[in-house]
Write a protein that binds this ligand. Sequence first.
Ligand code: AMP
Ligand code: ZN
Ligand code: ZN
Length: 315
Amino acid sequence: MRCSRCRRLAVINLRAHRLALCERHFVQRFLEVVERAIRRYSLMHRSSKVLVAVSGGKDSLALWDALTELGYSADGLYIDLGIEKQDYSRISREKAEAFAEQRGLRLRVFSLKEEYGSAMPELRRGSRELCSVCGIVKRHVMNRVALEGGYEVLATGHNLDDEASVLLANLLRWNTALAARQAPRVEAWHEKLRPKVKPLCLLSERETATYAFVRGIDYVSELECPFSAGATSIAVKEALNRIEEHSPGTKLYFYTQFLKHREIFAGEEEEKAPVRECSSCGFPAGGELCSFCRLLLKSRLGGEKGDNRADSRVG
Ligand code: AMP
Ligand code: ZN
Ligand code: ZN
C-alpha cells in the first residue's frame, strides 16, 4: 500500500477517510487533526498553560507528545495510585518518567501514598466500586495539582473510541443527563476547578497507537487496570468496532454529529446541588466533606480496624 500523498510505503490505511499514509504524512495529519479539535471546540489558546494527565498509556503520552510538537506549553501529571497488583503503578510511572526525561519535559508525580498515607486498595474499603473510587481520586488530584500549579486547562488522553463508546452506552440507557454533559471541553463550574479538555477526541485508538509507535513512544501496552472489570464499556467498544469495520467512518460521524446537535439534550443536566466547600480540603462538595475526603476518612477508619486484625495475627 502506498501513501496517498507521496507514494512512499504507507504505515496506515484510514478507510474512513479513504487515505493511506506514510509515516511522515500520517504524523503531519495527526497533528492537524489535534489542532482542528482544539480550534473547532475552542479547547484552549496557544498561550494556555496546560497540564496533561498522563497514565503511561499510549493515548495520554501521544497527546503530550503532540501538544509539545504543536508548540503548546504542557507539563505532565502522573498520579501514582499505589496499585501493586501486577506492578501496575510502578511500571506505568516509569514509562511516564522515561518519556518526560527523554524529551526534557516537566512531569509532576503525585503519589497518593506519600501525600495521604493511603493508596487505592485501602481507599476501596468504603462500599463503592473500585473504578468509581479511582475516578473520584483522579478527579480530585488533577484539580488540586492544576490549581496549585497555576495551570489554566487540564487535558486528558480520551480518544474517539472512548468518547463514541461512552456516548453509545449513555444513549442505550437514554441517560440524557450524562449525554448532556459529554463534551470535548467541560467547563469549570467552580473557581477551584479547571476546564477539562480532550484534544484526541477526533482520533481513533488505532490512530493514537500508530502515532505512539511511529514516534517511538514507549508505553504500557496492557494498560487495562488490573482491577477494572470494564465489561460493559469493552463490549460497547467492540460493537462499535464491528459497525466501523462494516461502514468505515461511522464512529467519527456518530460522535461529531452528536456534538453538532447536542443542544437537543440541553436542559437535561442534573441540577447541581448548591455548592459548598469541603471542610477538610476546601474543594467543592455536595455536603460537609467532598467525596474524596469522605473516602480518605473511611479508609482511615477501616484502616485502624484492619491494622488491629493484622496485629492480632502477628501477635
Ligand atoms: P482511563 O480512565 O484509564 O481510560 O484514562 C483516561 C485518561 O485519564 C488518560 O488518557 C489520562 O489522561 C488520564 N489518566 C488515567 N490514569 C491516570 C494516572 N494514573 N495519572 C494521570 N492521569 C491519568
Ligand atoms: Zn507520504
Ligand atoms: Zn475534601
